[in-house]
Design a binder for this molecule. Structure first.
Ligand code: SF4
Length: 370
């Protein structure tokens, strides 16, 4: 199996063939009246062909801007992409590619599913016309073939009677059906990469589960790679092999889903996991990460999580931590935290014990001390 988080290739050179997407030192800033917003600040990760990767974080962490930068869907200006940033897709650097060439890739080799299908579908065309248009644009097939392919795509995503459904307009369908249409549209050209940005956030809980299951089944059947963006660690645990955790525009932790979920090493990830509601906590006190994500205009000078971190000390206010290997790990897990440096050793032991205790409380295996 291809490793998703592979060793980085030197700048300006393509990654190994088995790497489908290689994001290197991505910096996406926005110039606004009040100053510059560093929405994504030095993000690097890679995704192998047919693999799955989740990007997790709160609102404002930079995860959606990362996806929009990859798809080149941001207006430049106000967005500014760092000169050193590179995005390699299927062996080609796409940030500097002419827009005409990028349009040929987008929708065909790389497709995106957005959070709210109603704003992504055109209300004045039937769903059949919208899927067929995309198929004809990218695959250069006849009208008849495009129609047949639209019906097939709708059938693939579990829409009943697709022959009659293609004549419907988006407003005639439920939210769950519309999201299925978006998935059908994204998959109609058999993309190598599917980017799903909070694909179930606007749906009710039972439909969410169906859509996630559908995405999983289709991803496994087609062999597309999946980049899933979500604020929900529970979704990540079900859906992906590797995970990247973002906070205030930076990656704070990355690794296999097992490493990150079972042995988190960044205090932010620990806090996210501790705050997942469990059946055992019903009626009890919910754990929360205190405070709010910092304003992008007033980021803390060193560690961006420091004002909210229960383990912070002077060093965290003075020196920005790097994203580096974690103490004691035998895998490629990385964390951005001074607890994993030599000076953080005793604090690290205390933090890991504290996290283990909090998780035991969550599972009902220990009394809540509060
Ligand atoms: Fe907390 Fe310090 Fe680690 Fe930042 S560097 S996450 S403040 S312990």
């Amino acid at each position: 199996m291809t490793e998703t988080l592979s060793a980085p290739a030197p700048p300006g050179t393509p990654p190994a063939r088995e790497t489908l997407l290689d994001v290197r030192d991505m910096r996406t800033h926005f110039k606004v009246l009040d100053g510059v917003v560093p929405a994504v600040d030095g993000v690097s990760f890679s995704l192998g062909r047919g693999q799955t990767l989740g990007i997790v974080g709160e609102s404002g962490s930079g995860k959606s801007v990362t996806a929009l930068t990859i798809m080149r869907l941001l207006d430049i200006p106000p967005a500014v992409i760092g000169a050193e940033s590179e995005v390699w897709f299927d062996g080609r650097e796409i940030l500097r590619m002419p827009l005409d060439s990028m349009r040929k890739i987008r929708g065909k080799d790389m497709a995106m599913i957005f959070q709210e299908p109603l704003t992504s579908l055109n209300p004045v065309f039937t769903i059949g016309e919208q899927i067929a248009e995309q198929v004809r644009l990218h695959l250069k097939v006849s009208k008849r073939e495009a129609r047949d392919r639209s019906i097939e795509s709708l059938r693939d995503v579990g829409i009943p009677s697709p022959e009659s459904r293609i004549k419907q307009y988006p407003h005639e369908m439920s939210g769950g059906m519309r999201q299925r249409v978006m998935i059908a549209m994204a998959l109609s050209c058999e993309p190598k990469l599917l980017i799903a940005d909070e694909p179930t956030t606007a749906l009710d809980v039972t439909i969410q589960a169906q859509i996630l299951e559908l995405l999983k089944v289709i991803q496994q059947r087609t062999g597309s790679a999946l980049l899933l963006i979500t604020h929900d660690l529970g979704v990540v645990a079900e859906m992906v092999d590797h995970v990247v955790v973002m906070y205030a525009g930076q990656i704070v932790e990355q690794g296999t889903v097992n490493d990150v979920m079972l042995e988190p090493r960044a205090p932010y990830t620990m806090g996210l996991l501790e705050s997942i509601p469990t059946a055992e906590k019903r009626g009890g006190r919910l754990s929360v990460i205190k405070g709010v994500v910092p304003s992008p205009f007033h980021l803390p000078p060193a560690c961006r999580f420091e004002p909210r971190c229960p383990y912070a000390w002077e060093l965290c206010r003075e020196v920005a931590p790097d994203l580096s290997g974690v103490a004691g790990s035998t895998t490629d897990q990385l964390a951005r935290c001074h607890l994993h440096g030599k000076v953080g050793e005793s604090r690290r032991v205390a933090a890991l014990d504290h996290h283990a205790d909090a998780m035991r409380v969550g599972r009902g295996l220990k009394e809540d001390p509060a």
